[in-house]
Design a protein around this ligand. Structure first.
Ligand code: GTS
Length: 214
């Protein structure tokens, strides 16, 4: 298996944490995609992922799989514990639901703020982010506010349960963790009163997979 990505960025981190959780880090070869140089927006990369985003998993038979959720689901079902995407029908559904909320209300919101409300990954990448759109800064700021609202939502969830999707660590925790990681990059602070979210983050940070992702 090969993973096309750029280390240190939030979405690649999601898959790297999943690989470490599953004990699969050594079974993967990483292919660097030069994100700051916008390699992900050039035809050779668009041929493997038309969305022009990383990470992408390449299987040995030449199949390319993009989307962190699809990649994590694939890795999760290869073998072994822990199970990141749930076992029962109900667990699977709740994890999917919560991880989607994590993506939409926090990870993507923080990412949109980073790309549209700040200089983002630099001018080469910004050239692919509607550079002439007059509303981009205002929209970026709205997305920052949405990320903060997402933090408050997850703080409330975590005041009632140990993990994002219930009693067990899952793909939903990885997504929300990556959302906070993206918020850090964009300098969006967690509101002071979000004690449960901050305590959860401290606990998650202590996991070996998060400490030492693939
Ligand atoms: N839905 C995709 C997934 O789940 O894999 C999103 C992937 C994504 O947005 N990746 C970012 C990317 O390639 C990397 S990160 O910076 O968000 O971690 N961004 C490039 C760009 O030009 O936006």
């Amino acid at each position: 298996m090969r993973i096309h990505d750029y280390p240190g960025f939030p979405n690649p981190l999601r898959v790297r944490i999943a690989l470490a959780e599953k004990g699969l880090s050594s079974e993967v070869e990483f292919v660097l995609v030069d994100l700051p140089a916008a390699e992900h927006k050039q035809p050779p990369f668009l041929a493997i992922n038309p969305e022009g985003t990383v990470p992408v998993l390449e299987l040995d038979d030449g199949t390319f799989i993009s989307e962190c959720t699809a990649i994590t689901d694939y890795l999760d079902n290869l073998d072994g514990d822990p199970v990141l995407t749930g076992t029962t029908l109900k667990e699977r559904a709740v994890i999917q639901m919560m991880q989607k909320r994590g993506e939409r209300e926090l990870l993507y919101a923080a990412g949109n703020y980073y790309h549209y409300g700040t200089p983002g990954a630099g001018p080469t990448v910004a050239a692919y982010k509607l550079p002439n759109w007059k509303g981009r800064t205002e929209w970026g700021a709205l997305e920052r506010d949405r990320a903060i609202a997402g933090m408050r939502y997850f703080d409330d969830v975590l005041s009632r349960q140990t993990y994002i999707a219930g009693d067990t660590f899952s793909m939903a925790d990885i997504t929300v963790y990556a959302g906070l990681y993206f918020a850090d990059i964009g300098e969006i602070a967690i509101p002071d009163e979000c004690e449960s979210l901050k305590a959860w983050r401290t606990r998650i940070s202590e996991r070996p997979s998060v400490n030492n992702p693939a």
